[in-house]
Design a protein around this ligand. Sequence first.
Ligand code: ATP
Ligand code: MG
Length: 500
Amino acid sequence: MNSSDARIDAPPQPPRIIPRAEHTVSRSHISPNALRVLYRLRDGGFQAFLVGGCVRDLLLGIEPKDFDVATDALPEQVKRLFRNCRLVGRRFRLAHVFFGPEIIEVATFRASSAPAQDEEPLEEEEAEEAANGEQEPQAELIDQGGPVTESHAARFEVEHAAREAQIDTDTERMFDVTGRILRDNAYGSIDDDVWRRDFTANALYYNIADFSIWDYVGGAEDIAARRLRLIGDPETRYREDPVRMLRAARFEAKLGFELDPASAAPIESLRSLLGGVPPARLFDEVLKLFLTGHGARSLPVLRRRGLLGELLPNVEAYLAAHPGSLVEQLLLKGLDNTDARVSAGRSVTPTFLFALLLYGPIAALIESMPPSRWHEMSAILDACDQAVRDAQRHIGIPKRFALGLREMFALQPRLEHPRGRRALRLLGHPRFRAGYDLLLLRAQFGLASAERAQWWTDLQAASEEEQGRMADALAGGSERAGSPKGRRRRGGRRRAPSGT
Ligand code: ATP
Ligand code: MG
């Protein structure tokens, strides 16, 4: 595939303009900061629109996650209008306007494109009056940034693809041999900008000049029909940016939309292209799939589309080999709990997410060892390391999360078999909370002693004095649940880590 094949064949056509009286997007639901940005651009003589997911969500009556602005002002012109603004993006510049913790992203209209594959957040220019502690939007999801390692295989593929790439000098767009966009630098008008969007539902523009919505691609109709439809030829669009396959699954899960058959059809034959996407980007997408409030729904969608096997083949292999298993139930329940935390505004962590996802592969690795090793710490740690290494071949899990996961699993036997007053020290362990949550979940499915889990629940609610008494009672031999003696008894059947 070369550049000219991959371009969307889009005859210029006027948008359908939906006047304010005929749609439900009200300024009272738009972030006041986004409105400030829109008005300032308008008053500066520029076009200014809200675009993408926020317009879609406002039409659906959902509170948007963030507000993105599109304008004909160039990034430098945007910067001149806002003191609290910083330009980001190495290859394609965007303006971030800061209001305390809220960032409004302002993008200049761009000719048809996909987002840069391996774009890193960067600080081209410091905000003059940016708020303290500001982060790139992605960083909110993944705690603090930190280096992410790409797997050698994927890096090789990316480099190989780059060598084979062809440059389309007319438009400054660069594609690789599979049709994937590697670089895109051209500014355009709103008529161009619309064609770089992925789904029709994500391609509506809310015009601050008269509060109308501009619809070039039938997005309003598709939203009303709860239909997810790619703009342009689906195969071409997936080849340009294979991550769109994951985005399709994400929006199916998040919005409950139905993926249009023509947009669904090519996924089966193209999904392996995800192997060429930088692992750091896939990691980000996994977080968006599982840590933004609809993780329990993302899992079945990913599996139905054959995409989980591209992201986490070891997880897919485990689930396929053990349908309806306790581990699958534990995973779904854990994802449900995570979704509930997100909707309650509580924090969630990739460490816990990966512990859930990799629970099955880790259990299977332990069970492949001789039963005499099943309860050894070294077996647990070896299995964690192996499962993480397998996952790392596809998605770049930053080291600190991998280490956190290892600690969570290492805590399990210590929580199951607490030893006297030493057990109290575990309460101050940095992974105690995550380890305890995992223990509770395991206990719920009979994978750990419910009595012991309750003991830890009670311990946390107890006064210091009572805690001491509870620990002493353990040491005095009144311990029943998960007794180490019972565990080490010869001849008795050992419980497999997966409960099988
Ligand atoms: P969310 O509710 O998860 O934020 P969103 O639709 O706003 O969903 P973003 O990733 O925030 O998704 O992207 C904003 C907009 O940018 C999208 O609505 C879409 O128009 C465009 N976009 C983002 N990623 C892509 C992509 N990979 N290919 C084409 N267009 C994209
Ligand atoms: Mg968004």
